[in-house]
Design a protein around this ligand. Structure first.
Ligand code: ATP
Ligand code: MG
Length: 412
């Protein structure tokens, strides 16, 4: 089996120099090609998103018809693995609010990813509903974006299986998140799904012929794998081969690009400025959850890790906690880095922590109020999720039918 895969690779790398490059690359392409998209996001001011694409809008080309602008498509999701925290919000959800005005957006709750580590079954549906309600409470607007639950669109799992057959196991073994999480849990406690979950993520993205994927630092490598997989499947089954099978020919999948927010791309833990804030971190003290009440926020900030330097400063590698907390403060107050620098430069930790706590409480309060309103009407949320899944399935099924055809399956 191993030899068969190897010879398949060798023949592929001979036949396609482009693919042979992508087989050995691990995330380098993203860094190399990232550029700045000019001020699309006013609240971020000059600190704009980076993407490795142009900012121009593609145009539908049909003979005799004047070109109609088509919005680029963006997809993203959060796992219902626990409480949504400040990292998820500043690194992902908050940015979606701008994206939904500019792009065709699909935001989903990635419940199928939530079972890749041990979890409490009775909690899964609760966390799924709560995460969906938080999307809305944070400002995701169902009249602009499709909001749905990943497992409600069956094509995600089906495409994953098809993609798995084209995914070299070496690509998955190299994923940093797998290495980190499996090391923590130990081999005997890690399910195969933790290894193959990047293939499901690729399926989530490729099903929708996605143009852009907002990614935090932690997901860059998985997006790179998605890009390489898309190219590989396009090469293996697309183009003329697909046409001969009765298809339209051409690419089966669009190769997506990364959209990387500038500040807040990586919010760090409150107890260790070198580790990412994470839902799955064992200590709740390490994160601010969006639904934390005021007294909990006060307590967490009071007890969070500091240092013994005087004053507050960004970008000192010896002060990761200071940099992290200043960045959080900057984002929740919607100020520029320079404004925060000059305001906080001479503050001591005590004063800064009080200001940060107030800013966090003020920022999160309206979200928490909206969350209570939304969850008090379960039928409203259900209707939004069902409409979102219906719209998503329409797009996903088209891609899935194409790939079944191109891979040679007998059609119903
Ligand atoms: P888990 O620990 O279960 O993996 P998580 O906290 O990493 O949970 P995810 O659901 O995996 O959260 O990620 C959802 C989104 O939030 C992704 O877009 C991811 O890039 C982003 N994200 C997660 N953690 C952070 C963080 N600390 N800073 C910025 N963005 C983050
Ligand atoms: Mg994660």
């Amino acid at each position: 089996m191993g030899r068969a895969l190897l010879s398949q690779f060798l023949s592929l790398s001979n036949a396609s120099p482009r693919l042979s490059t992508s087989i050995i690359s691990t995330g380098r392409n993203l860094k190399r090609s990232a550029t700045v998209v000019p001020s699309l996001f006013p609240l971020f001011g000059a600190a704009d998103f980076r993407c490795n694409c142009t900012a121009s809008v593609p145009v539908a080309e049909a003979p005799g018809v004047s070109p109609t602008p088509i919005k680029k498509r963006v997809v993203s999701g959060v796992q219902p693995t626990g409480s949504v925290h400040l990292g998820n919000y500043l690194g992902a959800i908050k940015n979606w609010i701008f994206l939904q005005d500019i792009y065709d957006t699909l935001f989903f709750i990635v419940d199928l990813h939530a079972i890749t580590l041990p979890y409490e079954a009775p909690e899964l549906s609760k966390a799924t509903r709560s995460t969906a309600a938080l999307y809305l409470a944070c400002g995701i607007d169902p009249s602009k974006a499709s909001i749905f639950v990943q497992s409600h669109v069956r094509a995600h799992v089906e495409l994953m299986w098809l993609l798995s057959s084209a995914t070299p196991i070496g690509w998955l073994n190299r994923m940093i998140q797998f290495k980190e999480k499996s090391r923590k849990a130990g081999d005997e406690n890690v399910g195969v799904a933790l290894l193959t979950y990047p293939v499901l993520m690729a399926s989530d993205i490729l099903l929708y012929q996605t143009d852009l994927v907002p990614v935090g630092e932690d997901q860059k490598q998985h997006l790179e794998l998605t890009r390489e997989l898309a190219e590989r499947v396009n090469y293996l089954y697309g183009g003329r081969k697909w046409k001969k099978m009765g298809g339209r020919g051409g690419a089966l999948f669009k190769v997506p690009e990364a959209l990387i927010p500038p500040t807040g791309a990586r919010v760090m833990s409150l107890t260790d400025g070198l580790s990412k804030m994470s839902k799955s971190a064992p200590s709740d003290q390490s994160r601010i959850n969006l639904l934390d009440p005021k007294d909990v926020i006060v307590n967490k900030i009071k007890r969070c890790k500091t240092d013994s330097f005087s004053g507050m400063e960004f970008d000192n590698p010896e002060r990761p906690e200071c940099n992290n907390l200043l960045s959080i403060y900057q984002l929740v107050t919607s100020r520029t880095k320079e404004e925060v620098e000059s305001e906080c430069r001479d503050m001591n930790w005590g004063t800064f922590k009080t200001n940060l706590t107030d800013a966090l409480v003020d920022h999160l309060h309206p979200i928490q109020v909206r969350y209570s309103e939304i969850t008090s009407d379960p039928a409203y949320l259900e209707q939004i999720l069902s409409e979102g899944a219906r719209k998503a399935a329409e797009i996903a099924d088209t891609t899935l039918n194409n790939i079944y055809q191109a891979m040679g399956f007998l059609r119903r």
